[in-house]
Design a protein around this ligand. Structure first.
Ligand code: HEC
Length: 112
């Protein structure tokens, strides 16, 4: 019985945290807004962030689409020396992370 409860509790927590996210597709327009608000200050040619003008650009649809997996990793996957957490020096809120994750997992294209 105790084992059953131990297994069930995390599941309930996970489903609750997912339910609180208003994340229905299509996700790409929402992903673009998240990137607009959190990333392009550094990842654009004329940004005001620090450091700015990075080689990784996230300004156009094509740039975002070609970096879909890197964006998912940088915002959602465990941090490691080879996977820096983005935005640099910070973290997206849980809802924004979830939207990026769902976009990537449903295909990571402009139609998802
Ligand atoms: C404050 C500036 C800043 C902001 C804001 C920022 N980044 Fe970055 N980003 C960096 C820097 C600096 C690097 C290079 C990190 C390194 O290689 O040490 C980087 C690297 C990256 C990379 C390449 C990582 C790789 O796999 O090589 C990706 C992808 C990325 N950022 C995505 C994002 C996304 C998505 C956001 C918004 C959620 C974001 N960044 C916001 C500064 C920023």
């Amino acid at each position: 019985m105790i084992r059953f409860v131990v297994i069930l509790c995390p599941l309930v927590l996970i489903s609750c945290s997912n339910e609180s996210v208003d994340a229905t597709g299509p996700y790409f327009p929402k992903v673009k807004t998240i990137i607009q608000n959190n990333c392009i200050t550094c990842h654009s040619a004329n940004g005001t962030g620090e450091p700015k003008g990075l080689p990784v650009r996230l300004e156009t649809d094509d740039e975002i689409l070609s970096l879909a997996e890197a964006i998912k990793k940088a915002t959602n996957d465990p941090v490691s020396p080879r996977n820096k957490r983005m935005p640099y020096g910070g973290e997206l809120n849980a809802g924004d992370k979830e939207i990026i994750l769902r976009w990537f997992e449903s295909g990571g294209t402009a139609a998802n």
